[in-house]
Write a protein that binds this ligand. Structure first.
Ligand code: ADP
Ligand code: ADP
Ligand code: ZN
Ligand code: ZN
Length: 827
């Protein structure tokens, strides 16, 4: 590669071997991704697009061609990137891995059919086809309905007093009431005293009569008007409450309205298919005594055990089948063998606890990446370069070994691997290291080293070197003593069944365990839900309302807090969910920093002379923003069959503001230029403005100095979003008694940045708060005050507290899978 200049890359040249395991290292923001994804992968994509589709040129022009002079010898690339934000498409483990397809084939060809039932096509085993879908729930497995109880929460009210809470508010609701009056229904008697027949009709009828409406008339006046056939105010069409709720839920575009009507719905498992989503005939076909719905609910490891006897020919009935229908036996064996091989790869990657029916939005980004990786391992492609983004994220060191094995398999079949990583074990495994740095953003973007691992030892400028080669006996710190205990009893969720657990207060706790052991179920789900319920605040709704909706109908929290709440006044959950989903939210707006900046601009002499107020400097307000892109800086281009792409705005070229606004300068910079600064640059620029300076300082401290102030939320990784939330929290005045819950905050962080993060978190503990985090980084675990190790295994083999104690106590527990790694780190 010659002359790479993407993002912060400083016109770099580098030679990278093919058919090798190459790891890109460097602190966060140094330019690793810009090199691996932004340049190498982007260029490979561009060439691929050009070769297959002439129309794709347009896309490439919009998506941008990487800034690089030349790349030679570049193989086609496949990216296995941790997606930023949550996926919008609805898919399952079975569909992503395509294992479900093979399973359907197995049932179709080699299933046990009831006598006289003809053989079914494999389509008939998919809930997404008309041939397979259960006719009652249309393949959803659940039915949503509205009942009298759900739509009329208080039957002592009259219709006029809004007994039918499910009806729309305001004018539309009044309209429906007036129609009922015209139809002769009593709207002034308490609901429960109305005749059953009337209540049923009003709530459930499918009829939609259109009748004259006399707005503002009393029932008596309406009756008189009807008799005299007076001209009505208008003609109104009636819709029953249930019809209104279901129809609105199915058709509205607004998440808010959807959420509103969903309150009046109840959901239940479909009674016809029992949630298995298929028609009766499909479910009557079995394999090893199980229908395909049952098999799809089992952990993959169990599915493997069920398939193995068929592969070995030892399954009951196989001998008979071989004799009578040898061709059938052969087919069964072949499909089962292929399935088993694919499941084995998943199991080796530590995903054996997943079931095929598990929906991908409930998986962590790391799990999803490994799922895709496993699919690739079996794809038999060769001569490809796989580009991966921190594949160790979310992995316990015990799982990392199997990840490396899978990567080696890919390399062994003749592929190249480009991996962006921080995890020392993965770096040590590399054939070749490309170290980028020395620092982040403007201070990075150079290749410090490119060669086999050992050579890095002599590169003075490298931060990575320190963590790889210097003996760093983790300073044995004395754990703090808890100030109290938060006790939970009977916790049930996913693989937790009636678990009792206690969290120390006023200290720093890490929750550990192999992936799938139940850490997130315990901490990010149950603990967070129970504490917020006790504090009486509703959980902040998910950005993704639809998702939230579905989960809230299905999940109930098992368990309760029995003591310790007196020590907690506030709950702050610092997670990896995006801080926004459009380029309208960015670092500066989310942290509140931008409010200060706008005030500074509005206070300049020029701004006051022109009467430009604070709003003028917001790209969300019409006055000051560019009207072509309405302040987005980008225009979104909708594409058929492809996700829409953002292209720079032709008028403001990304500046977001109109020319008049941009004429105002604060200390020689206009507002767009300020948004274009990195946190580091802005920290120097705003040195004299205390509020802005302080906020920027905190962002630097959590390792985000390299981000630009206006960096859109859509460009941020989960780890960056989490650190932004943390920084926002750190700026607040500390009153103590706050419980902070974090989920693997070290994701995407170089060890050097982890150290800074730790000192921030310790500062919060010193200020009288409690920290609980789910973590895999042994240095972080070793430095915590208390460790709760979940396990022992994943899925149903986990879900218990293996040991809880100080890091030293946990390190000495033989049955803990964390212990060996922890004791090595403790030295
Ligand atoms: P790393 O992968 O080492 O953490 P990146 O390659 O993501 O670093 O970032 C290197 C620099 O490029 C940072 O200063 C970052 O803010 C900047 N950068 C990253 N993505 C973009 C982008 N889409 N547009 C502009 N600058 C970017
Ligand atoms: P960890 O955080 O330790 O990786 P999790 O708490 O995410 O583990 O998962 C524990 C178990 O619960 C696993 O068997 C996992 O497959 C299961 N699980 C987690 N979330 C869900 C969900 N939304 N639906 C079904 N099963 C789930
Ligand atoms: Zn059904
Ligand atoms: Zn514009």
């Amino acid at each position: 590669m010659r002359g790479a200049r993407e993002h912060n890359l400083k016109d770099v040249d580098v030679d990278i071997p093919r058919d090798a395991f190459v790891v890109f290292t460097g602190i966060s923001g140094s330019g690793k991704s810009s090199l691996a994804f932004g340049t190498l992968y982007a260029e490979a994509q561009r060439r691929y697009f050009e070769s297959v589709a002439p129309y794709a040129r347009r896309l490439i022009d919009q998506a941008g061609v990487p800034e690089v002079d030349a790349i030679e010898g570049l193989p086609p690339a496949v990216a296995l990137q941790q997606h930023r934000g949550t996926p919008t498409t609805r898919s399952s483990v079975g569909s992503v891995t395509t294992i479900s397809n093979s399973l359907r084939l197995l049932y179709s060809r080699a299933g046990t059919y009831p006598p006289n039932q003809p053989h079914l096509d494999s389509d008939a085993f998919s809930p997404n086809t008309p041939a397979g879908a259960c006719p009652n729930c249309h393949g959803l497995g659940r039915v949503y309905d509205a009942t009298e109880e759900s739509m009329v929460p208080d039957p002592s009210l009259t219709i006029r007093e809004r007994a039918i809470a499910a009806w729309p508010p305001a004018w539309h609701g009044q309209n429906l009431r007036d129609i009922l009056v015209s139809l002769g229904y009593d709207v002034d008697t308490p609901w429960r005293e109305l005749p059953q027949k009337d209540r049923e009709w009003i709530l459930f009828t499918e009829e939609q009569p259109t009748v004259p409406v006399y707005a503002g008339f009393t029932p008596a006046e309406t009756r008189r008007a009807l008799r005299r056939k007076e001209a009505p105010s208008y003609m109104g069409t009636f819709t029953s409450a249930r019809k209104f709720v279901l129809q609105t839920f199915a058709t509205t575009q607004s998440a808010m309205i959807k959420k509103r009507v969903s309150q009046y719905m109840v959901s239940g498992e479909c009674r016809l298919c029992h949630g298995k989503r298929l028609r009766r005939e499909s479910l009557s076909v079995t394999f090893a005594g199980l229908d395909i719905g049952e098999l799809s609910r089992l952990p993959l490891k169990r599915v493997a055990e069920i398939l193995r006897p068929t592969v070995n020919g030892t399954a009951p009935g196989m001998a008979k089948l071989s004799r009578e229908h040898p061709e059938k036996a052969l087919v069964a064996q072949r499909i089962a063998k292929d399935l088993l091989a694919r499941i084995d790869v998943l199991a080796e990657l530590g995903l054996g606890y997943l079931s095929l029916e598990r929906s991908t939005p409930t998986l962590s980004p790391g799990e999803l990446q490994r799922l895709r990786l496993a699919t690739q391992v079996r794809s038999n492609l060769f001569g490809v370069v796989y580009v991966l983004d921190e594949p160790s994220a979310g992995l316990h060191p015990a799982d990392t070994a199997s990840l490396l094995k899978a990567l080696d398999q890919l390399k062994g079949s003749g592929n190249s691997l480009f991996v962006v990583e921080h995890e020392v074990d993965v770096i040590r495994h590399a054939d070749w290291i490309v170290d980028v740095g020395p620092a982040a953003g403007e201070h990075g973007g150079r290749i410090l080293y490119s060669g086999p691992l050992e050579g890095l030892a002599s590169v003075e400028a490298s931060h990575t070197r320190r963590y790889l080669f210097e003996e760093k006996a983790a300073a044995r710190h004395t754990p703090r003593s808890p100030k109290g205990w938060l006790r939970l009893e009977g916790v049930s969720r996913n693989n937790l069944h009636g678990l009792d657990v206690e969290f120390p207060l006023g200290v720093f706790t890490t929750v550990t365990g192999v992936s799938g052991s139940g850490k997130s179920s315990l901490v990010s789900q149950v603990l967070v839900e129970l504490v917020s319920e006790q504090l009486g605040h509703e959980l902040l709704p998910d950005e993704d309302e639809g998702e939230e909706l579905e989960r809230s109908v299905v999940l109930t929290t098992g368990g309760k807090i029995v003591s310790g709440m007196e020590g907690i006044k506030r709950l702050v959950r610092v997670d990896q969910r995006p801080i926004g989903r459009t380029p309208r939210s960015n670092l500066a707006t989310y942290t509140g920093l931008f409010d200060h900046v706008r005030k500074l601009f509005a206070a300049t002499k020029e701004a006051r002379a022109r009467r430009f107020d604070v709003g003028r400097f917001s790209f969300n307000v019409a006055k000051g923003r560019c009207e072509t892109c309405e302040g987005e800086g980008f225009v979104s281009v909708e594409l058929l069959f492809l996700p829409s792409v953002y292209a720079p705005c032709p008028t403001c070229h990304g500046a977001r503001y109109n020319a008049k606004t941009l004429e105002i300068q604060y200390r020689g910079k206009n507002i767009a230029e300020v948004l274009g600064m990195t946190v580091d640059a802005a920290y120097a620029f705003f040195a004299e403005d205390t509020a802005v300076h302080r906020a920027l300082g905190v962002l630097k401290e959590v390792g985000l100095g390299y981000l630009r102030l206006g960096q859109p939320a859509t460009e941020l990784s989960g780890g960056e979003a989490q650190r932004i939330k943390l920084a926002t929290e750190l700026q607040r005045v500390q009153r103590g008694h706050t419980l902070y819950v974090l989920d693997e905050p070290t994701t995407g962080l170089h060890p050097a940045d982890v150290d800074r993060l730790m000192s921030q978190l310790n500062g919060l503990v010193e200020a009288g708060n409690t920290i609980i985090l789910v973590e895999h980084d042994m240095r972080v675990i070793a430095a915590s005050d208390w460790v709760i190790d979940m396990g022992p295994g994943a899925g149903e083999e986990g879900g218990k507290v293996v040991v809880a104690g100080t890091p030293a106590q946990v390190a000495a527990t033989s049955k803990s899978r964390t212990a060996p790694y922890l004791s090595e780190c403790l030295g």
